[in-house]
Design a binder for this molecule. Structure first.
Ligand code: FMN
Length: 278
């Protein structure tokens, strides 16, 4: 039996679904598995907690072939391994992620970990904005179909971790080419898209949901308006979860037919699962 810890960041729920599914599969194999959204952790506890694990797993959504800002910050704080602990990295993606999981895995090799697995899982897209049109998120049976397709892959991932196998994807010329191309532009895309954050005052009920769920503390309700700072990670959680679709991200984003907002993976998903401390 291994002691395993899963740390994940999820903007709109896909990575939460993968992480909790993986936890369940690993538990079935007899391992002791804790699973944390990094937003709910006290960073002071991290060093002790990580040192006690036999195997660590990190999960996050792909943002232009790298990890979201909150996960990159978390990785920077992550302690070194003095016993060459095993680490596995997985990323959820809408279409293509090049060498993402491997690229993040390299950071852990430098910290003394033994990189065992890198995996990418295709899930529903959550990014379709006037300035960045990918493909429209769907909130129907197509989400369930993707989840069904992923179930056996999650199970295989768990089996490989359990058996201590090494399986690295993304470390090839095509993966690096695509990854490098995407990483070049992602910071600029996030900065420019998040500058367009605003609320439609005619829709906003000042309910405070956006402020409560923002992972970077970028949103503040002050008086009868909503204020955005410059810490947006473009995770799209506020945009997707605003009960009245009052958060706008660019000219035309108020049109929910043209720019549908992703509501998350399946009926069990609830945004509070990402932020509630255990
Ligand atoms: C800022 C941003 C950048 C993204 N970049 C990519 C990308 O490069 N390739 C890709 O396939 N999906 C990309 N996506 C889509 C997400 O990775 C995908 O929908 C993911 O499963 C969302 O996970 P979450 O629900 O846990 O946040 C991007 C999404 C966002 C918000």
């Amino acid at each position: 039996m291994k002691k395993i810890i899963i740390y994940y960041f999820s903007g709109t729920g896909n990575t939460w679904w993968l992480a909790t599914g993986l936890q369940a599969q690993l538990k079935l194999k007899g391992h002791s598995v804790d699973c944390y959204s990094i937003e709910t952790l006290a960073i002071e506890d991290l060093t002790q907690q990580a040192a006690a694990a036999d195997h660590i797993i990190l999960g996050f959504p792909v943002y232009g072939s790298t990890a979201p800002g909150p996960m990159l910050d978390f990785i920077n704080l992550f302690p070194d391994s003095h016993t060459t602990q095993g680490i596995s990295i997985f990323a959820t993606q809408a279409l293509a992620s090049g060498d993402t999981a491997y690229e993040i895995g390299l950071k852990f090799i430098r910290k003394g970990y033994d990189l065992k697995q890198t995996r990418h899982f295709r899930m529903m897209n959550n990014l379709h904005l006037p300035k960045f049109r990918f493909y429209k998120p769907k909130n129907d049976a197509r989400v369930d179909k993707l989840l069904e397709q992923n179930r056996p892959l999650v199970s295989k991932f768990a089996a490989a971790i359990s058996a201590d196998c090494t399986h690295i994807i993304g470390n090839n010329p095509l993966g690096h080419l695509l990854g490098n191309l995407q990483r070049k532009h992602i910071d600029r895309l996030i900065a420019s898209a998040s500058k367009e954050l605003k609320t439609d005052a005619s829709r906003c009920t000042l309910c405070g949901t956006c402020q409560r769920i923002c992972p970077t503390g970028n949103i503040e309700l002050s008086g009868d308006s909503v204020r955005f700072y410059d810490q947006c990670a473009l995770c799209l959680r506020c945009y997707s979860q605003c009960p009245t679709a009052a958060i706008l991200l660019g000219e035309g984003s108020e049109d929910e037919k043209k720019f549908p907002r992703y509501k998350g993976p399946g009926k069990d998903f609830n945004v509070d699962l990402l932020i509630q401390k255990k």
